[in-house]
Design a protein around this ligand. Structure first.
Ligand code: PMV
Length: 326
């Protein structure tokens, strides 16, 4: 077979209602459904080329060849695509992120979404959005939410075939902003794969899982009504609930730094003073501050005054994963 090549781009996403803990680690089936927004400024562009001339898979991430576990995870994903397409060829994968990797900015979500689309197209497969979301889920759970555009819900489902993300509103629905305050660029010590496995060791985990469905339903309704005053507190409550599970796991995981806590207090006092902004955090110390477009500049200005904040990255709602014609 002649060499087949495809390039895809995908956005990272920020979860308003989080995924933390799995009911099936093999299939990456989550303990609960989750809700997110794609981030237009945090993207991964990935090119996959299968060729009978390659002796081994080669993975280049942000200009550097990747080895060991990081490579293994990508090769395992290529193997899934090869099995679906009945293909034996090895591949060359070249991937570039528009943002720092491993700083709690969910590079795995955009990374596995772009890889799923590029690899499946390069292998000659035309997968539906649902099939792509399921494929991306195997690479990294949150990646399934980066396949559709705008605002998505990943339904926990009952089995692999019905655990995928679907769009609940397009990017134009609501010009929300995620103003990300980078307080540390240190690569996280406990990755999410390990974290998901530890979640059930927290005594708070059953309470969290039991409370998500109601919170998600309320958050989804508020999102559809563009009601930030209702949505914001739910976003904060869910992030704190996830971090409480993390901090009470055995062993505990502390992703927050003193600067993360300071940001929480600042956001609360800004809000008390009339600036409507809410915080959330993924598996890292960097705060994602959610506000309406009209308040973005003021949030940015206040963050720039804080010496703990190394960099600010602003995103609006982003599109779904798509093939790039080069
Ligand atoms: O996709 P994973 O396995 O890296 O898990 C992501 C988990 C969080 O980012 C912390 C929450 C979420 O729902 O995105």
């Amino acid at each position: 077979m002649s060499a087949q090549k495809a390039t895809a781009i995908a956005c990272a996403n920020i979860a308003f209602i989080k995924y933390w803990g799995q009911r099936d680690a093999e299939l990456n089936l989550p303990a609960n459904s989750s809700l997110s927004m794609n981030l237009d400024r945090l993207t991964t562009v990935t090119t996959v080329e299968f060729s009978p001339d390659y002796d081994d898979d080669l993975v280049i991430l942000d200009g550097r060849e990747v080895h060991h576990e990081a490579k293994q995870r990508i090769v395992a994903h290529l193997d899934r695509v090869r099995a679906m397409a009945g293909l034996q060829d090895k591949a060359k994968v070249v991937s570039e992120n528009s943002f720092p990797v491993g700083a709690g900015l969910a590079s795995s979500s955009s990374g596995f979404a772009a890889l799923s689309l590029a690899a499946s197209r390069a292998a000659g497969l035309e997968l539906s959005e649902r099939e792509l979301s399921i494929l991306a889920r195997f690479g990294s759970g949150s990646a399934c939410r980066s396949i559709p555009g705008g605002f998505s819900e990943w339904m926990a489902g009952t089995c692999s075939e019905d655990s995928f993300a679907k769009q609940i509103a397009p990017p134009e629905h609501w010009d929300l902003r995620d103003v990300i305050a980078i307080v540390s660029r240190v690569h996280k010590r406990v990755g999410s794969t390990e974290g998901h496995a530890l979640a059930p060791t927290s005594h708070l985990y059953p309470a969290r899982v039991a409370s998500v469905a109601d919170r998600l339903a309320e958050a989804k309704a508020a999102l559809l009504k563009k009601d930030l005053t209702t949505l914001g507190p739910l976003i904060e409550e869910d992030a704190v609930s996830m971090h409480a599970v993390m901090m009470t796991s055995r062993p505990p995981i502390y992703y927050w730094l003193p600067s993360s806590m300071r940001l929480i207090h600042e956001v609360r006092s800004w809000r008390a003073g009339g600036l409507e902004v809410y915080f959330t955090f993924d598996a890292g110390p960097n705060a994602h501050l959610i506000c309406q477009a009209a308040d973005q500049a003021e949030v940015e200005r206040r963050l720039e005054d804080m010496e703990e904040v190394l960099e600010v990255i602003v995103s609006g709602p982003g599109p779904g994963a798509r093939v790039m014609e080069l």
